[in-house]
Design a protein around this ligand. Structure first.
Ligand code: SF4
Length: 343
């Protein structure tokens, strides 16, 4: 792998040399390295790459954002949290969780009310709740299929803002240097291709007068192809998230608003309750997720993936009882498949 090998420049050096496109951080300079871990292949590749680079595992942790919070089951794969937990345990790395209380569903159902508070981890191991006193507003519709984060507010309200609140409010981040690692790849979309590989994180405030917070952001797999991602997962023999084993090419929300027809058709087959709840909300709101087609029309036009009933059961469980490491390792059916997902 090692596509960044030989280029280990600090951020300031990159600014002066203009080498931001391909440089990488000096891992030893950081007091903590946090992988924003969705459970999907790209964040898994980030974790495995860090391990291959010899990162000090005592500084390493995983952070997962629960898009449904702890109250809803509308959007996500039931097994995702347990899978993330199993990966963390297998590699001996701590994991913590943040979420918007009530998840995407509560935000979607807002009527003359404020956006819900966030629950963020603390160093005591117990989450604390922040916010919830913003301006009143009404949504009463799904996030819309759009590149704009304002229309597809699920990413910002459910994930981006929640993670930022964690970094901005947890005292630990005022001490020393933090490296946040995320798995966006240029190959995924034009907008992701424009992301920098290494830059100060948006919560960075290293030059602040009152509050100083040094947070860098590294996207180690930004220049990788999907082949390289699967290669590193294969090299470590890690069982990928069950979504790939069922035919999905991404492990984002199971009911992602960007789902294609075949994904909606498969969701209807393997998780009818989740699908029907979404279809019922579309009818209630009289606004569909897709501009022209309801999820029912999309599912009708699609063809369900051929799913192994064993993996369907794993996917629908809140426990992950399958092995984390598998030998032989087999490329999952979802690899190199339909790439419907957030951009
Ligand atoms: S995965 Fe899809 S539905 Fe989930 S937050 Fe991202 S864009 Fe929204």
């Amino acid at each position: 792998m090692g596509i960044e090998s030989g280029l280990h420049l600090g951020f300031q050096e990159q600014i002066s040399t203009g080498l931001t496109a391909s440089a990488s951080p000096i891992l030893d300079e950081y007091d903590r390295v946090i992988v924003a871990f969705s459970g999907g292949k790209d964040s898994l590749a980030c974790l495995l790459h860090l391990i291959d680079q010899g990162v000090d595992r005592s500084k390493l942790s995983l952070h997962h954002n629960l898009v449904d919070g702890r109250e809803s089951t509308l959007m996500d794969w039931p097994v995702t949290e347990a899978y993330c937990e199993a990966i963390a345990k297998a590699f001996g790395i701590p994991i913590n969780y943040s979420y918007r209380v009530g998840g995407i569903e509560r935000e979607m159902l807002r009527q003359d009310s404020a956006t819900a508070p966030v629950s963020i981890p603390t160093s005591t191991g117990v989450n604390r709740v922040l916010g919830g006193n913003g301006p009143l507003g009404t949504r009463r519709k799904f996030p819309q299929v759009s590149a704009s984060l304002q229309s597809r507010w699920c990413s910002s309200a459910g994930k981006i803002d929640v993670f930022d609140r964690y970094l901005n409010n947890e005292e630990m981040f005022l001490d020393g240097k933090t490296l946040v690692v995320t798995g966006e790849r240029a190959q995924e979309s034009r907008s992701r291709a424009n992301y920098k590989q290494f830059e100060p994180h948006r919560t960075d405030n290293r030059n602040g007068t009152k509050v100083k917070r040094h947070v860098d952001h590294w996207r180690p797999v930004h220049a990788w192809t999907e082949h390289q991602v699967w290669d590193i997962i294969k090299a470590h023999r890690v069982n990928p998230h069950v979504s790939y084993l069922l035919g999905w090419s991404r492990a984002s929300c199971r009911a992602c608003i960007f789902s294609g027809r075949n994904q909606w058709a498969t969701l209807r087959e393997i998780a009818p309750q989740q699908f029907n709840t979404i279809a019922a909300y579309e009818r209630e709101f009289k606004v569909t997720i897709h501009r022209k087609m309801s999820v029912v029309a999309q599912a009708d036009a699609g063809t369900p993936f051929e799913c192994d009933p064993f993996w369907v059961e794993v996917a629908n469980s809140h426990e992950f009882n399958a092995p984390v490491f598998v030998d032989p390792w087999i490329l999952p059916p979802g690899a190199f498949g339909e790439s419907c997902g957030p951009t």
